[in-house]
Design a protein around this ligand. Sequence first.
Ligand code: AMP
Ligand code: MN
Ligand code: MN
Ligand code: MN
Length: 284
Amino acid sequence: MHAIPKNPDLHCHSTVSDGWLSPTDVVQRAARNGVDFLALTDHDETGGLVEAQAAATESGIRLVPGVEVSVSWGGETIHVVGLGVDADNPVLQAGLIQLRAGRHTRAQQMSDALAALGIRGVLDGALTFARNPALVSRAHFARHLVAIGLMPNVDAVFKHYLVRGKPGFVETKWADLADAVQWIRAAGGVPVVAHPGRYRLSDIEMERLLARFVDAGGQGIEVVSGSHSDAKVSKFARYARRFDLLASRASDFHGEQESRVDLGRCAPLPDGVVPVWSRLIDRF
Ligand code: AMP
Ligand code: MN
Ligand code: MN
Ligand code: MN
């Protein structure tokens, strides 16, 4: 009855955060690509889930309600995906509201910092790319800065302007790791460390992060991610076993123009890990 999915994809974005496609279009594209178990995980926002569920019912695929929570840990920004959350949970929503307010302040500060370099009106420009004005991401800034011809592509904008040490970067205090895990657990979700291969952490620091995450109630890790090489898949499969974490498979798809891996096109999970969907298939 609770069939094991053949092509799960448990991390992607819609226009409710910094994806290019509406929740309906994300679900339809996933279905066309053969995804049968999809989590929509917009940044700090669950506003796309009702529409996504309707589209999933229509397309005949199973939708896992999700969210990607921004966390500050040891001076790094870490993302924790919550899978199978009840979006109406007041604890989760209170946390996400705080994070979105912090985004608003940061966006104004980023715009001011860029104005000081003579690049004016950047917040208004970024907002033309943000279909949800409550959720402005650096990705929207990057798209605007490409549109005005400042840099040839989004990657170059990040590299030269939007990462730590560059003039448009503004330090932000996101959620505490343990708080983010607790909000997700309170909402009945499974907390998963997103794209661990992207963080600038030494092995020792990664081990500290995972120990802390497990301590706080964290349960999963993205072993296969759109941003992982084969070597990273093996490395994080080892960490999943060592820390007894469930393994996820996640494209982190944002749109054709900005993602290396399309919905449902990640490698399969390697042997010897426990799939995170084993905890979700009886509920979704
Ligand atoms: P934010 O949560 O507003 O700090 O924005 C983070 C988002 O920016 C990520 O979820 C990606 O969508 C995008 N992003 C981050 N780093 C890069 C990069 N180097 N190149 C392209 N997009 C990036
Ligand atoms: Mn994003
Ligand atoms: Mn992320
Ligand atoms: Mn993501």
